[in-house]
Design a protein around this ligand. Structure first.
Ligand SMILES: Nc1ncnc2c1ncn2[C@@H]1O[C@H](COP(=O)(O)OP(=O)(O)O)[C@@H](O)[C@H]1O
Ligand SMILES: [Mg+2]
Length: 296
């Protein structure tokens, strides 16, 4: 049994198809990165999984529980870390954890709180008010709170969006520790680097469905190739070059002020200009080719 099994899932908001025929299977024990641009339907997918939204069509199973009929049981077995900080600022760090431990019917609340304090590295701040914590500490607490009942499955919706690079790295470390314990993780992100660092497999999502899925290295080999050649030049020359390179059957993508010739190792002699900067193909090349969006 896979931890998450979605097939043909559809969710409309009025005329908008936020999720539009989504198939997604997440086997137990992996970290799956749901990588897609803003508006792809990632958060809606997460909300369907937690029972906060009800699908219009399709089959949804989480840890063997059918949704929405069995969503309460599913919810008790999963950990959810929201994108927005909704910690209770009126109570202490340890009480934030204790409230969730009781909500999830944890037997030994004290032990669960201590475990989470260690995980979040906040043992010496346990009696402080939440609003005395730094931004990084709050994020660590938010993550630890979602793990208070030691869930087998954790949903992380854009866990580092808008955070400073240093805090982002701290959160990645915590997620890495969770991974190494064998917890199944579904993490949505629009940051390529986050997916590259954390995900065993990536599902590229756009317009409400998954359009490609695989290990990052396999996706790169399949969609990009081995090498990418970037050319920096005035717009007129780039436009001409793009046309001639595409006429040779190669893929080209924008890359800020440059264009990137993807799979340049397959180009015939003379097609890639001599002043091109050749580098290894990346997941970013794949993301931009598949979604048509410039990466962040
Ligand atoms: N509650 C809602 N009401 C109306 N439209 C929504 C609602 N939630 C999401 N949408 C729309 O559905 C699409 C997918 O949104 P979302 O799932 O939030 O994408 P993502 O998380 O990938 O950025 C977007 O076009 C968004 O505007
Ligand atoms: Mg979102």
């Amino acid at each position: 049994m896979a931890a998450i099994e979605l097939s043909g899932v559809v969710k409309h908001f009025g005329p908008i198809a936020a999720v539009n025929g989504l198939d997604l299977e997440v086997p137990e024990g992996i970290c799956l990165g749901l990588l897609g641009p803003n508006g792809a339907g990632k958060s809606t997918t997460m909300r369907l999984l937690t029972g906060q939204a009800i699908a219009d069509a399709g089959e949804l199973r989480v840890l063997g529980h059918g949704l929405p009929s069995d969503s309460k049981a599913a919810r008790l077995e999963m950990g959810v870390v929201p994108q927005l900080d909704n910690l209770d600022v009126d109570v202490t760090v340890e009480d934030n954890l204790a409230v969730y431990a009781r909500l999830y019917r944890v037997e030994d609340v004290g032990a669960a709180v201590d475990r989470c304090l260690d995980l979040a590295r906040l043992r010496d701040r346990r009696r402080d008010a939440v609003d005395e914590l730094s931004g990084g500490m709050r994020r660590r607490l938010l993550l630890a709170r979602g793990l208070v009942h030691e869930p087998r499955l954790v949903l992380l919706d854009e866990p580092t969006v808008g955070l400073d690079p240093q805090i982002r790295t701290e959160i990645w470390t915590l997620i890495g520790e969770l991974k190494s314990r064998g917890t199944t993780i579904l993490i949505s992100t629009h940051y390529i680097e986050e997916a590259e660092r954390l995900a065993d497999e990536v599902a590229v999502m756009t317009h409400g469905k998954v359009i490609s899925r695989g290990r990052p290295a396999d996706l790169i080999a399949e969609h990009a190739g081995r090498q990418t050649a970037e050319v920096y030049a005035p717009p007129q020359r780039l436009a001409e070059l793009r046309a001639s390179v595409e006429a040779e059957g190669l893929k080209v993508r924008p890359a800020g002020p440059a264009i990137a010739i993807v799979g340049s190792e397959r180009a015939a002699a003379g097609v890639v200009p001599e002043d091109a900067v050749v580098r290894a193909a990346t997941l970013e090349d794949v993301f931009v080719l598949l979604t048509g969006e410039e990466a962040e």
